[in-house]
Write a protein that binds this ligand. Structure first.
Ligand code: ASP
Length: 319
């Protein structure tokens, strides 16, 4: 594992943008080893013994926070969780103050989730420790894209040449952005499907194809990734009604028929059943990878913690 991590040339993991194909492959290969480890009865290792990981979450989270905590503990690190209610944050000043306070406690890795795009990057410039972006605004959520990639790779053997449709609220989705970067770097074709109001302008510059019709966009897709309507990031109304949204953009068995016959479906969670995805389809073990994504999340986060802990120690700092 040491040779692996020495080739990861970043001090922080702030996004997928800027990583190389080789670096992504290294993280996925290491994650794969941790999937096997996590399926053993004795899951605990001492790889990060003596290291301190702080999870600093300024936004709610179930999967990301829990899996980073489990990941750190399974590697033998001391893990502290701090949740900060968004409403009590005085933006800017409080963020830096909090960061400097934590910095003084000499953590080795800080995992940060924040509602503002760019906030995690800003923090990383003020701290001595390695920083992992646990999701910043609608910017990036790198570990989600890595766990999605690992899930697809295990089922399809690789990512190159696959057609992946990402559907729904692209505008507010950091998951979409990180996946677009990762899939492009790894040689997959990306299609974005959603209403014009939820599609960022000029997104086609990222080399994706844009569709506003589910059946046309899904045609020939290998993987269908559904996204949640991020109402907490919306000011005003972006869709006429939930019923109408489901009718045109909700994934059900009928619309899925347009994709390849063996197409698999994914969702980063939390899911809004009956809004962006039909409830029965979400639970269909022949089509849905949603539970597997959660399992892969722990392994991917172990790989990221392990890699950054070693990279930091080895003074390979890049960005
Ligand atoms: N859990 C993902 C995120 O934090 C997706 C979502 O919230 O809809 O971005």
């Amino acid at each position: 594992m040491t040779a692996t991590t020495l080739r990861f040339r970043h001090r922080h993991l702030l996004g997928i943008e800027g990583l190389s194909r080789e670096e992504i492959t290294l993280l996925l290969d290491l994650s794969q080893a941790y999937v096997d480890q996590n399926r053993r009865a004795d899951k605990k290792l001492s790889t990060l013994r003596g290291r301190t990981v702080i999870n600093l979450f300024f936004e709610t989270s179930t999967r990301t926070r829990t899996s980073f905590e489990l990941a750190g503990k399974r590697l033998g690190a001391d893990v502290i969780n701090m949740s900060v209610q968004t409403s009590s944050i005085k933006k800017g000043e409080t963020l830096i103050d909090t960061a400097m306070t934590l910095n003084a406690m000499r953590p080795d890795i800080l995992v940060v989730r924040h509602p503002d795009s760019g906030a995690v990057n800003l923090l990383s410039q003020k701290l001595d420790c390695a920083v992992i972006n646990g999701g910043d605004g609608s910017h990036e959520h790198p570990t989600q894209a890595l766990l999605d990639a690992l899930t697809i790779r295990r089922r399809r053997g690789g990512l190159e040449g696959l057609t992946v449709a990402i559907c729904g609220d692209i505008l507010h989705s950091r998951v979409a952005r990180s996946n677009i970067h990762l899939l492009a770097i790894m040689g997959a074709r990306v299609r974005l499907i959603g209403p014009p109001t939820l599609m960022p302008s000029c997104i086609d510059r990222l080399g994706v194809e844009v569709f506003h019709d589910m059946k046309r966009g899904l045609a020939g897709s290998d993987i269908v990734m559904m996204l949640r309507l991020q109402t907490e990031r919306m000011q005003g109304s972006f869709v006429p009604s939930i019923r109408e949204y489901f009718r045109f953009f909700g994934l059900d068995y009928e619309k899925l028929k347009s994709a390849k016959p063996d197409a698999l479906i994914m969702h980063p969670g939390p899911m809004n059943r009956g809004v962006e995805i039909d409830s029965e389809l979400a639970d269909d073990i022949d089509r849905s990878l949603i539970r597997e994504q959660v399992e892969m999340g722990v392994a991917v986060r172990m790989a990221c913690l392990d890699t950054l802990a070693r990279t930091d120690a080895g003074n390979e700092a890049g960005s």
